[in-house]
Design a protein around this ligand. Structure first.
Ligand SMILES: [Zn+2]
Length: 61
């Protein structure tokens, strides 16, 4: 890996069910909102989640 990208340490990561039906991202991997997820849980940056048009979980404030 020779490429070097600016990656601020303050980057926020979120979790999301890999299911096509999943529209929300979660800050907490153990969130109750993901209990129904039967697919893999994937981790991505908050920016990625927003870029994909996902919305924040309504259970988490
Ligand atoms: Zn949640």
């Amino acid at each position: 890996m020779s490429s070097y990208t600016i990656n601020p340490t303050s980057e926020t990561y979120v979790y999301m069910c890999k299911s096509k039906a999943a529209k929300k991202y979660h800050y907490n991997k153990a969130c109750a909102g993901m209990n129904a997820c039967s697919q893999q849980i994937i981790k991505m940056t908050l920016k990625d989640a927003k870029d994909k048009g996902k919305e924040p979980c309504s259970l988490e404030k």
